[in-house]
Design a protein around this ligand. Structure first.
Ligand SMILES: NC(=O)C1=CN([C@@H]2O[C@H](COP(=O)(O)OP(=O)(O)OC[C@H]3O[C@@H](n4cnc5c(N)ncnc54)[C@H](O)[C@@H]3O)[C@@H](O)[C@H]2O)C=CC1
Ligand SMILES: O=C(O)C(=O)Cc1ccc(O)cc1
Length: 359
């Protein structure tokens, strides 16, 4: 990206993360947002400089439209009228509706390649942005039939510069796929979290990591998500109906209470195991390829840093990490994912340094 000029319109979570990532790779970045506070914070975080208003002087190599799905087409039209860049891409979580809107508005589709990084968070705004957000993640690219090869190259180069893996896919296929792996799970997460609005203090005090995992994305911005879901309504509704059937059958079997009924509930749990094991892990590899080393850690400053240092000394690469806190106790359980051949070496190193590593 050295020597390239990139414009980012929409300096929220995704736009600012992209700006930080390409800046680290040497690009010059110009930022724009209709919210002056979001723009100012992104600039302060070092994501780039404000884009001067009005028609562009020298067009950038690429403009990234990191605005909500409903704003993509109008933002593209405006950016193209201003001559902001030679090529354009977006990051919206849905692809077919914004592409159809762009065609209807008369946008130039030779210079536009729709994009969607499959990475993000339940948080919004530039304050949550991270340059490493997209590392190792898929980044869908949906080129309209009219798209020029140079536009495809520019969007592909952006995904690669952010450390992501470009995946070319048609817009309708993309939307069906993300209904299954992102949009319907979001609604299911919200439905589980919504049950907690009436929970009493006893129930909330007993909440463990499971309910936190299942409801994390339910903390997302509802305004963004209603835009995503309503632009992908049919594919999302198809998945939700299938989930609802599984849930209704499980509920009636549990009320039945017989041994036979329990076996049928177990079928759903086994299908759950099978589905979960199909989700690829880091870099698209098999998620179950990693072994987990559990470490009991006292809740005190510097503890995590010392454990990571010990892993470094043992020449063990930590692939992933989670922390489970014990409610009301000054302890937590750290789970370190490593390649299986390195698990015993890491456990031995940590035990030798005084940590409790069960098993
Ligand atoms: N939140 C996530 O985890 C992910 C979101 N996306 C997609 O990225 C896009 C942006 O989402 P976030 O960054 O999460 O939202 P955000 O709310 O953090 O940022 C959106 C920004 O766009 C600005 N904006 C809205 N309309 C605008 C317009 N017409 N002109 C200029 N700026 C405008 C807002 O002021 C805001 O600063 C959405 O299309 C979303 O579907 C894609 C992958 C992950
Ligand atoms: O927070 C997470 O884990 C997400 O999965 C975030 C996310 C939200 C929207 C997308 O279009 C893609 C990713």
């Amino acid at each position: 990206m050295a020597g390239r000029r990139v414009v980012v319109v929409g300096t929220g979570l995704i736009g600012t993360s992209i700006a930080l990532a390409v800046r680290e790779r040497g690009a010059e970045v110009l930022l724009d947002d209709r919210d002056a506070a979001a723009l100012a914070l992104a600039v302060e975080l070092g994501a780039g400089e404000p884009l001067p208003p009005g028609p562009a002087g020298r067009p950038a190599d690429l403009a990234v439209l990191a605005v909500p799905p409903a704003a993509v087409a109008v933002t593209l039209l405006d950016a193209q009228k201003r001559g902001l860049a030679a090529a354009y891409t977006d990051v919206a979580s849905v692809k077919a509706v914004p592409l159809a809107q762009a065609a209807e508005l008369g946008c130039d589709l030779t210079s536009f390649v729709a994009g969607h990084p499959l990475a993000g968070s339940e948080r919004s705004g530039p304050g949550a942005a991270r340059a490493d957000l997209f590392l190792g993640r898929p980044w869908a690219l949906c080129a309209p039939a009219e798209a020029a090869p140079a536009a495809v190259e520019a969007a592909t180069a952006l995904a690669r510069a952010c450390g992501a893996m470009p995946v070319e896919v048609g817009a309708a296929e993309h939307d069906r796929a993300v209904a299954l792996v992102s949009h319907a799970p979001h609604v299911v997460s919200a439905a589980v979290a919504a049950r907690l609005t009436g929970a009493d203090d006893v129930a909330l005090g007993l909440a463990g990591q499971g309910v936190r995992d299942v409801t994390r994305i339910a903390a997302s911005d509802p305004r963004l998500w209603i835009g995503i879901l309503s632009a992908n309504s049919e594919p999302v509704a198809d998945v939700l109906e299938a989930v609802a059937t599984d849930l209704a059958v499980a509920a009636s079997l549990l009320r039945d209470g017989s041994d036979g009924a329990a076996t049928h509930v177990a079928d759903l749990l086994l299908r759950g195991n099978a589905g979960r094991s199909r989700i690829p892990g880091k870099h698209g590899g098999d998620a179950s390829a990693y072994a987990t080393v559990q470490v009991v850690i006292p809740d005190r400053p510097g503890e995590l840093a010392m454990i990571f240092q010990a892993a470094g000394i043992a020449q063990v690469n930590i692939e992933d990490v989670t922390i489970e806190h014990s409610p009301g106790r000054p302890l937590g359980v750290l789970e370190l994912s490593v390649v299986p051949e390195q698990a015993e070496r890491l456990a031995a190193e940590l035990r030798a340094r005084g940590w409790s590593v069960p098993g």
